[in-house]
Design a protein around this ligand. Structure first.
Ligand code: ADP
Ligand code: ZN
Length: 527
């Protein structure tokens, strides 16, 4: 008959059922587990919520010895170890939160072969004392979690991760698996190189998160836009709201509280115990909203996060993908809402220009920002563009993003673009958007008088459009590469080569039509 053969105790499938209580492997899990059980190395790229943990937990249990898990996050370690213990697995962690006796006890259990899994922070693992201890015991595998921390250009970079390549030299016979939810090819190559995993099997899952609805709207009145979104769709739901600065985190959280939401701030400037309390409340209570900087989130495993909202532009598509990926891990419908404006573009280009690091680093940061902006301004399916960025081709439009649900209207902006370009040129490519727009609209400001700009031929030629409309045009022209923001010169707008054919009327420009109502949120057709 067709009944499956009884699972043998100690086989991966038996462990899956009897220890973890699941009936089927998901996606590449089985393949990855078999690879490790056979003693080969693996590099695993799987989206958040894809089920990475079992990929090393099961082979650690199936093989002899203790599995060593390297994770950058103490809070995450504790949660995982608690869950494993509850499932009957002999798991422990070693980190700075433990007292001397506890450490002694765990080390003793390790040497006596009583542990199945031991979680360590990289800096702990790399201490000579720990490495010597590990050399005296049987190790089933090394799992390097959040492996993108090895990437120097990512915002999660940890110098300790670079030294993890020593594991290969010191423990050549122990299989290693590196796991990450960061998908782009560059980071993948970097991980493989730096962790000496070029001969490992690479497992790349689809990064599509079909249950997340992507929406990207321009910032008009962000508080009202957020409030409308929360009130009309997300009442009582758990969510994360990302802001760029600590100040904005605090003020947004306070404001949401005053509006009756259960909102808590989270950023690296808060005391550790406050952060821990807020994180715990988010995880354990229903309907808590965390307002946070990007310090919040890595490794947060809360399945029922219904929305992630960005009130500032993330600095790369990788960051956007990872942050939005914290929504809907339970596969139920979730929403990712991003609000962005010209000031974000200016601020981030400036940060990219003035940041520490080599010219090459800055160039790459600007490229990543440009790609993010491109995603904001496209008029086609967001999901296709997002996945294409990770070298994954979706065969059709998704039907679950704002541009699919409500195709954006476009207009012929060639004439307006020419006016703006001329005005930038006439003012000497030395001024930021605000002043150029004042000149275009025929404003009467001190700066205009100071520079005698009311004398220019372009003075007042753009009075037919509002300042908001001009900002949208400027933003789209920056995003599409017609204009650049010079972060080293007061964020002056400057023309690029691309302007030529437009100025000569050889090329026409279709831009997104501006939404009419200022408080409208993309994707909400009633707004
Ligand atoms: P990741 O680390 O990739 O973000 P996790 O390992 O935390 O994901 O897994 C996400 C969720 O999916 C967890 O709740 C986990 O228990 C569940 N899960 C993982 N593998 C399976 C499976 N084969 N069957 C059912 N649920 C699974
Ligand atoms: Zn779509």
């Amino acid at each position: 008959d067709t009944a499956p053969p009884p699972a043998v105790s100690g086989t991966p499938h038996y462990i899956l059922e009897h220890t973890f209580g699941y009936t089927e492997f998901r996606g590449d899990q089985q393949d990855i587990i078999d690879t490790l059980v056979r003693g080969r190395d693996a590099l695993v790229l799987m989206p958040t919520g894809g089920g990475k943990s079992l990929c090393y937990q099961i082979p650690a249990l199936a093989r002899r010895g203790c599995g060593i898990v390297i994770s950058p996050l103490i809070a995450l370690m504790q949660d995982q170890v608690e869950a494993l213990r509850a499932a009957g697995v002999a798991a422990a962690f070693l980190n700075s939160s433990l007292g001397y006796d506890q450490v002694q006890d765990i080390e003793a259990r390790l040497t006596q072969g009583e542990l199945d899994l031991l979680y360590l922070a990289p800096e702990r693992l790399l201490q000579p004392r720990t490495l010597e201890l590990l050399e005296r015991v049987q190790i089933s595998l090394f799992a390097i979690d959040e492996a993108h921390c090895v990437s120097q250009w990512g915002h999660d970079f940890r110098a300790d991760y670079l030294q993890l390549s020593c594991l290969h030299q010191r423990f050549p016979e122990v299989p290693r698996v590196a796991l990450t939810a960061t998908a782009d090819q560059r980071t993948r190559r970097e991980i493989a190189q730096r962790l000496d995993l070029e001969n490992a099997r690479h497992f790349v899952s689809s990064f599509d998160r079909p249950n997340i609805q992507y929406r990207i709207a321009t910032k008009n009145n962000p508080k009202q836009q957020l409030l409308q979104f929360l009130n009309s769709e997300q009442r009582g739901n758990a969510g994360v709201i990302y802001c760029l600065s600590r100040n904005k985190v605090e003020s947004t959280a306070a404001w949401l509280q005053s509006q009756g939401f259960n909102a808590l701030p989270y950023h690296a400037g808060l005391a550790a115990d406050v952060r821990a309390v807020h994180q715990r409340r988010f995880l354990r209570e229903d309907g808590v909203i965390v307002v946070a900087t990007i310090a919040f989130g890595m490794g947060i495993d809360k399945p029922d996060v219904r929305f992630v909202a960005h009130l500032d532009l993330p600095k790369s598509i990788e960051a956007y993908y990872q942050e939005t990926g914290r929504a809907g891990r339970d596969s139920e419908a979730a929403t990712a809402l991003l609000l962005y404006g010209l000031e974000d573009v200016v601020k981030l280009s400036q940060m990219a220009t003035t940041s520490e690091g080599s010219e090459e680093h800055k160039r790459q940061e600007r490229q990543r920002l440009d790609a993010m902006l491109g995603l904001c301004e496209i008029t086609s399916c967001r999901r296709r563009a997002l996945l294409r960025y990770f070298d994954e081709e979706l065969p059709h439009d998704c039907g679950n993003c704002d541009t699919c649900l409500e195709p954006p209207a476009t207009w012929d902006a060639s004439d307006a673009a020419r006016k703006l370009m001329s005005c930038i040129y006439r003012t000497g490519q030395r001024f930021g958007a605000a002043h150029v727009i004042d000149v275009l609209r025929g404003g009467d400001t001190e700066k205009i008088r100071q520079f005698n700009h009311q004398q220019l031929s372009t003075y007042g030629i753009g009075a037919d459009l509002s300042a908001t409309e001009w900002r949208a045009i400027a933003r789209q022209l920056v995003v599409r590469g017609y204009l650049q923001v010079n972060g080293e010169a007061f964020n002056a707008l400057q023309l690029t080569e691309l302007c030529r054919p437009v100025l000569r009327s050889e090329e026409s420009l279709q831009l997104r039509t501006l939404p009419k109502a200022a408080t409208r949120v993309a994707g909400n057709s009633s707004g």
